[in-house]
Design a protein around this ligand. Sequence first.
Ligand code: PGA
Length: 878
Amino acid sequence: MARISQRVHDNVYMFGDLLGQTMKAQRGAEFLEKVELIRTGAKSARRGSQDGRKQLEETLAGLAEDELLPVARGFSQFLNLANIADQYHLMRRRGDDEEPPFEDQMLAQVLERLKASAHCPKDLSKAVSGLDIELVLTAHPTEVSRRTLIMKYDFIAQQLAELDHKELPAAEREKLVQKLRSLVAEVWHTSEIRSSQPTPQDEARWGFAVIERSLWQAIPNVLRHVDSVLREAGADPLPLSAAPIRFASWMGGDRDGNPNVTAKVTRHVLRIARWLAADLYLRDVSQLTHELSMQRATPELMAVIGEETDEPYRVILKRLRARLRHTRTELQNAIAHDLPLPQDIIHNRAELMDPLLMCYRSLHECGMGLIADGDLLDTIRRAATFGLSLVRLDIRQDSSRHTAALNEITEWLGLGSYQDWSEEERQQFLLKELSSKRPLLSKDFQASEDTREVLDTCGVIARAPTESLGTYVISMAGAPSDVLAVQLLLKEAGVRRAMRVAPLFETLDDLDHAAAAIKQLLSLDDYRTRLAGPQEVMIGYSDSAKDAGTTAAAWAQYRAQEELVQVCQQAGVELLLFHGRGGTVGRGGGPAHEAILSQPPGSVAGRFRTTEQGEVIRFKYGLPEVAAQNLNLYLAAVLEATHLPPVAPKDEWRAIMDRMAADGLAGYRKVVREEPQFVDYFRQATPEQELGRLPLGSRPARRRSGGIESLRAIPWIFAWTQTRLMLPAWLGWESALEQAFARGEEPVLDEMRDQWPFFRARIDMLEMVLLKADSGIARLYDERLVEPELRPLGEQLFQRLKQAIEQVLRLTGQEQLFERHPIVRASINVRDTYLDPLHLLQVELLARSRNQEKPCPAIEKAMLVTVAGIAAGLRNTG
Ligand code: PGA
């Protein structure tokens, strides 16, 4: 059997040992022995041993009530530590004789290919600096780990890095191991479940911490890497103002279905961002003030100083430092006492950038380019990327809230009910008001609380600096009036600049009509005149998958994008597609590189905007080295998709996809919508109801009360992940593939998989999900938690899963999933030894918790720990 890397294995082993020692120190040798019996039992049970299964089940059954929680914690924490070992493996320093990570090689490879396809070196630098990649960090509640623990995990990863030196003296090594020992003990003695629900401000602070602790370092490192790759390719380095990757955020701005995100919260978060930016620049500039003690400077710089000095750079930097200090103090004051911001703080990016650039030029011109290209260059690049507000905050609100607000307004004005108007009537009214010079509302308009909130939010937007805001995203958008409505509300609040307003198409129906809606919007002359930049359109991956299953949703997303590209080309408007993806396959997730290169040709035209959510933020951007790798990957992939786009699908492939999408949709909806027992089965077989008790995020799990349709996509996926049925990620493919085979389309499917990145990526993702799915585990939930009348439905679902696996094996010509990537198989297998006891415990705890009159805190807590542990083991939440 293939083995995971020896280093990972050694680190995992070491962690197991350290965790074991900690548990023993607290709970005694006998407890540790039980944990060992469970672990070895699970391991041999996975290899098919009946004795192993018996040992596992009997030891678990024999646990005293007060042992349930520590056992769950032990396995859960072990999986977290294993994740650190994996993550560290990605970022560890490579020796001279080792290959650099592939993420760091990709850009050079793409540049080589561009050169080979007749791009001259000069164009290469332009091509990279012209990229506009925006990663939008969201507060989606899919991060199970507490921040306190995440910080400890990061610290553990750092100790691993320090240990990873061949020449380390024994005493040093012992000191580091001692530190690790104490960190593992800290982890063990810290509760993994948050005691209260986070506020949106907490979420925003966590997002800012990722910038402060990781991206602040990663960005200059990435751009240095880009410069060196460009130089090697014979091209110029990037211009100083280049910012091919930037960051935006939804934390404190996304109010869709989250009543806790108010106008006040948004204003607060915008100010916190500016405060932190001032603080971070202050640290940089203070450091530069120490470093830049050089004497020679250009006349330009001396003229600005206007006095005799031996240390001209320090004079300039001290002035900047004083301005930053003042700005930081004033912001702090305004935040603490809820005051307006004074005029005399830094409001303009040039005030930060100009002195830095002047020092840079002067150092170069005076023969000190080497010094200029050190820390000073890094600060300039940070300023270009992060600006004065670190991220651009998006605002998101549900279209129905705008409709309700406008309805209230039109009724108050005596114009009738906006809600009842046809699309045409709505457009007419909105366009007329948009071009009117007088305001729509007078001061005596008394808005309801909901409408006041919508208007206040627009007011916050009006008063915020332009560069601190990104896009206004409208969820559940379907028609041009949804966009015009927001524009009117913004105008009414006094927004005078052009703010990007993006409809989010996120149901199958809306995706199918997206291009028509945008075409109509762009045909409105007044709208076109006001459109200052590109037309942004957001594609909702996970809600469309929840609506239609992944087969039909993936194809609808693809087609919508193709059509949008066409519509915008015809209208002569640039298109900016915003991809709303989650981390898991069911929510449109997958490796970024494959995802970008499987987009329709023409849809990634130098621009790429995507969400990064929850646990993905930690795994991809939590540590500066790993963040740099992921950012490098984005650069390479967007460059490639722009200049070397994937092939367009042949008509025959499209026809097959049309049929598969229809079959997939029917297969999915037959179960999820038409099966009368389905909702009950879902509620009994999965921990869906219990998940709501895990305080993962600031927003409620449902938009409103009701069945599956009211449940948000995240808990929908999360619940099925916990039982390992993973239903939403594959359901529908079994029908789609089966019928395609029955129609004799196998040879064309092979061709599609071979030549069409979109189709290949879909099948690869499907295979990954099916590898993580496990009907043996799902059956345990079924047998213990589901009433007998519903079990036949469970059996039917297991059969469908089996069928899906068979179809994928047939399509990929394998005997078992991931046969060609045994390392992937091995890594899942290793985790199963720790996951299996958690699943068994979870089933038991769910049964006990559901049978209780009054919730028992110990059982509740242990159950939530199993949830967190399984999420850690599978490395995804919802
Ligand atoms: P939403 O996101 O519920 O915020 O629309 C869904 C998801 O990301 O899965």
